[in-house]
Design a protein around this ligand. Structure first.
Ligand SMILES: O=C(O)C(=O)CO
Length: 273
């Protein structure tokens, strides 16, 4: 059986103290910690060097590796990926560069670019222009990615989330327009369930660029907590010899933290037995 490394997104734990969150996750077998910057501060620039090193030390001391960042632009103001406003694009580039430093300071290697609310195609703009503008923003981030040894994983999202970059094929197209080895793809189960191609097929087709992977369900809860069968998903991840993290990301917290975190792990392991 392939050995996967399991991570979990820190916002899953909501207002739990960090030590309690880490303890529960570690007991259940997670060893990767994925950071939504807004859990530390709404604006990443406000997180001091001391806070960064304290946070990293605490996470590592609890037996985790920091995977990187996701929800990059959530709860921020003034940033947008697909806008025709050159000043806003420049501010967005600069902010991503700041996030690359944050990611490195925390010990992370990958930044998941979902952020649906800051990328929907503005009224009146064409889809083609939107891709051009997004590529323009991201080209400017490449030197900071290189300097910090961090990669951006473009996250296609389903139509429920927005109208920009809905498929892995569109993610590949945007990556091609940027033309950097520091940009790849993020595959998310909930998002892929919106595509016509089946999830295992998408994993196989996009394995060459897959930097990161989120396990969840279209019902917004954890893997195996809804209708998606994870057995063929893990089979595909094993077939392509995926070496990255399988990280749990949920959006519906109603089952409660303990249930989400424990059921997700239990279901992921059961899907491989
Ligand atoms: O924006 C992100 O990183 C997300 O995870 C949204 O799915």
């Amino acid at each position: 059986m392939a050995e996967f490394r399991y991570g979990i997104c820190n916002e899953t734990f909501q207002d739990w103290p960090l030590d309690k969150s880490l303890e529960l996750a570690r007991q259940l077998g997670y060893t990767g910690w994925e950071v939504a910057p807004f859990m530390l501060a709404n604006d990443a620039r406000a997180i001091s060097a001391q806070q960064r090193s304290d946070y990293r030390r605490q996470v590592e001391a609890a037996g985790f590796e920091v995977i990187g960042l996701h929800w990059l632009l959530a709860k921020t103001e003034g940033f947008y990926l697909t806008t025709d406003n050159a000043e806003v694009r420049k501010a967005t580039t600069d902010y991503f560069c700041e996030l690359a430093s944050l990611c490195k300071d925390l010990g992370g290697k990958v930044m998941v670019l979902g952020s649906p609310q800051q990328r929907n195609v503005p009224e009146g703009a064409s889809m083609e222009q939107a891709y051009e503008f997004a590529a323009d923003v991201l080209r400017g981030v490449v030197p900071a990615l290189e300097a910090n040894d961090v990669r951006i994983a473009l996250e296609p999202l389903g139509h429920e989330e927005g109208n920009f970059m809905n498929t892995q094929a569109q993610g590949r197209q945007l990556r091609e327009m940027i033309g950097s080895e520091h940009i790849g793809l993020h595959l998310d189960v909930k998002a892929m369930s919106d595509e016509t191609e089946d999830i295992a097929g998408l994993i196989r087709q996009n394995a060459d660029l897959m930097l990161h992977f989120h396990a969840n369900d279209p019902n917004r809860q954890g893997p195996g907590m809804g209708a998606i069968d994870f057995a063929p998903i893990f089979e595909a991840l094993a077939d392509v010899d995926y070496q990255g993290w399988v990280s749990v990301e949920v959006f519906d917290y109603s089952p409660g933290v303990e249930t989400l975190v424990s059921e997700s792990m239990k279901n992921m392991l059961a899907a491989q037995s």
